[in-house]
Design a protein around this ligand. Sequence first.
Ligand code: ADP
Length: 398
Amino acid sequence: MKVLVINAGSSSLKYQLLDMDTEKVLAKGLAERIGIDGSNVSYQPAEGEKIVVEEPLKDHKDALDIIIEKLTDPKVGVIENIEEIDAVGHRTVHGGEEFAHSVLIDDAVIKTLEEVSELAPLHNPANLTGIRAMEEILPDVPQVAVFDTAFHQTMPEESYLYAIPYEYYEKYKVRRYGFHGTSHDFVSKHAAELVGKDRKDLKIIVCHLGNGASISAVRNGECVDTSMGMTPLEGLIMGTRSGDIDPAIIEYICNKEGLTVEEVNAVLNKKSGVLGLSNHLSSDFRDLDEAAQGGNEYAKLALDTYCYRVAKYIGAYAMAMQGVDIIAFTAGCGENNYAVRAGVCEYLKYLGVVVNDEKLHIRGEDLIVSEPESSVTVMIVPTNEELSIARQTMEVIK
Ligand code: ADP
């Protein structure tokens, strides 16, 4: 069985074709600048050179046509014809309260997705464009929507409700949804496997620390809380997003700087986080690490504040679950960044956590970094959102 995984953004489209008998990636790539000058599609077969096609792409369908052409190309392709694609899995950002699981896409699902788009105006319409384009190309192949929000739908009311007038929840569905669900699901499952236990018997905290960052509390296999909210802006400090702030700051900055609410919202999403804290130095942790080592005080401040916020959430989630067995680090920083992991683990000593500093330096592989006497098992678990989407797609079509 072969599954094509599609992650469609507004002007980009990431894809991977996986052979689900071996769970190996056959080919992958990215279409960029769709609908903008200078568009291109990259294609990387598992065995072979990366190819970049520079061609105008007016829409996602144009990009997918090139992708399919490359996948089936007699020379560089990895399949003989498109009939070999058994299913398509679409990363879909917001499922609202409607979707607690992945679903087979049909007209009713598309209609619901359109309704839910209000909650994710930047993401869901782009995901829908990818779905529609794929339906045109492969009308007879099952298409599955896999939601970023679905894994978090098990949260209890006390985790997902905001203390604002209840009618806003009833009328507009204002509540915490949480994101990065496929990653939190994948990592918590794999973390349990690494200690040879069933996820149903464990309390796990997953720290997904990438450009976007979120943390979740997974008790007995179910998400009970997560840091991102109605949108991905809440919670941890991120590359360019503020995470938690006092909501009254918005009006205050609007008045002081003469900005509109939309403009301040853009500042909170695009110019804040470690980028803002480091005095606009960088949103990339590699730059911040280097600058901090060179004595840049802003970079140091950004890193310290970042680690403190992660540790604060870990403390809260240990309390929420009445204990924690595993703390797993994942995504760009979680998998690769020594300074961030070490900075967070410093706070965890209070929990009785003992980590091996040498192991904390290792990058990008499944690894338990805590010592046997540690009260909590701390580990690095590289995430694999595409594989998680492909597995869920298989479950749905079976
Ligand atoms: P996205 O949310 O865009 O998928 P990633 O999960 O790729 O983000 O994470 C990107 C972050 O990971 C960047 O800030 C980057 O600096 C950090 N990162 C990646 N590799 C390393 C590394 N080797 N050392 C330190 N930080 C790293």
